[in-house]
Write a protein that binds this ligand. Structure first.
Ligand SMILES: C[S@@+](CC[C@H](N)C(=O)[O-])C[C@H]1O[C@@H](n2cnc3c(N)ncnc32)[C@H](O)[C@@H]1O
Length: 388
């Protein structure tokens, strides 16, 4: 399946410069280069490995517990990756990916080069924006040709743009000459300037010293929101307390609320719910993650922990997202119109960051939103339980 990994390919640039590439490099250990090792350490959440090649990084991440989608346009690469037993391998171009959301998008092995030109970066990062959770990150490796021993003094510059990283090369192996491929090597400074106009902030995470580097890109609007939140240090509590009687036995109401897999059924603002730790509907300590719609088109990632589960009387959930919330539900058996029922008392608190203005912020925004959401949840939950 791996063919002759002892062979050496020739990368022949249009300028005439030639670079030997050992086939083994395509099958290298996932952390062989400092840039790769650093990228793997920085991955979080759901990962899209773009141009995943022989799948070594995707496999490493899947074994570390990440949910990984590995894509490549080359059928041979996809065949090799399927042979590794990776759970989500797709033969597709990055540009054709459907609108799923990822926390990390990876372009290792200088894969960003398929942008071909500096202008091509706009298309790649436009697509990244569609596929990335707003709080997510893009991790990419590339090369500053001006600092690279093989390419620095070369005439790689494309006649059109004059940017030395817009190159063309062919692979040559055992006398077989491949087609000419346009490719982009972008230095970190130029990358940072190009993407800033499109709303991305970039930081250099690792520099190999020979022109190879790893950068992280995040959406500036998200970072600004985070920074603003941490500036407003003082925290107060927005609060909403209420009760509702549901015409269903206490055991089933408790079990329904404890099983967070039901959450999207009574809260339409919740998407992509996943169990991160513990057993579904089991007990204390289970941790879930989901995307939460804050306003039309604005989503955030939330992490929910089942903090207390005293069957069948009391549940307490802690929710961390832009704000931190605590939800306590107490259950009491009751009767309504001769039907066995349950009185649910709920107490929601939200830690509001807003310093001096927090009480005002609570009054005009947090409390009404919380009231609307809790009332809707209770109404939909009652409808589900009473229907069946
Ligand atoms: C330089 S290799 C890097 C492979 C691997 N990430 C690594 O670090 O070894 C670039 C990979 O990107 C793939 N590729 C090129 N254009 C692509 C596209 N538009 N969408 C997805 N993959 C692409 C190629 O087939 C190739 O496997």
């Amino acid at each position: 399946m791996r063919g002759n990994t002892a062979g050496v390919l020739e990368k022949r640039y249009a300028s005439g410069v030639s670079e030997p590439i050992p086939v083994e490099a395509f099958f290298r250990e996932p952390d062989r280069y400092g840039t790769d090792a650093c990228a793997l350490d920085h991955c979080r959440g759901r990962v899209l490995d773009v141009g995943a090649g022989c799948g070594q990084h995707a496999l490493h991440l899947e074994r570390a517990g990440h949910e990984v989608t590995a894509i490549d346009v080359l059928p041979e690469a996809v065949h090799i990756m399927r042979g590794l037993g990776l759970s989500d391998v797709r033969e597709t171009s990055f540009y054709d990916m459907p609108g799923e959301r990822y926390d990390t998008i990876l372009f290792l092995g200088r894969t960003i080069g398929f942008a071909e030109t500096l202008d091509g970066l706009d298309g790649v990062f436009g697509k990244c924006r569609d596929l990335l959770d707003p709080s997510g990150q893009v991790l990419l490796t590339s090369l500053d040709v001006g600092r690279n021993a093989v390419l620095a003094d070369d005439e790689c510059a494309s006649a059109v743009s004059g940017y030395p990283g817009e190159v063309r090369f062919r692979f040559v192996y055992a006398g077989i000459v491949g087609p000419e491929t346009p490719w982009l090597y972008v230095d970190s400074q130029t990358l940072s300037e190009r993407v800033r106009r499109r709303g991305w902030g970039s930081e250099l995470l690792h520099d190999e010293g020979d022109g190879n580097y790893l950068a992280r890109l995040t959406l500036v609007a998200w970072r600004a929101a985070g920074a603003a939140a941490s500036l407003l240090e003082e925290a107060t509590m927005g609060r909403y307390v209420g009760t509702r009687t549901i015409a269903a036995p206490i055991e089933s109401v408790f079990a329904y609320r404890l099983d967070l897999r039901n959450l999207p059924a009574y809260n339409p603002d919740v998407r992509d719910l996943r169990l991160l730790r513990g057993e579904p509907a089991a007990a204390e300590g289970s941790v879930y993650t989901f995307r939460l719609r804050l306003a039309p088109g604005i989503w955030t990632r939330a992490v929910l922990t089942v903090a207390v589960a005293e069957r069948p009387m009391r549940l307490e959930f802690h929710i961390a997202s832009l704000m931190e919330a605590r939800e306590v539900c107490a259950f009491e058996p009751s009767e309504a119109n001769g039907t066995e029922s349950t009185k649910v008392s709920f107490d929601y608190t939200v830690k509001t960051r807003g310093g001096f203005f927090a009480p005002l912020f609570d009054m005009i925004f947090v409390n009404p939103v919380m009231r609307r959401q809790v009332e809707r949840e209770m109404r939909l939950m009652a409808a589900q339980l009473e229907a069946g």
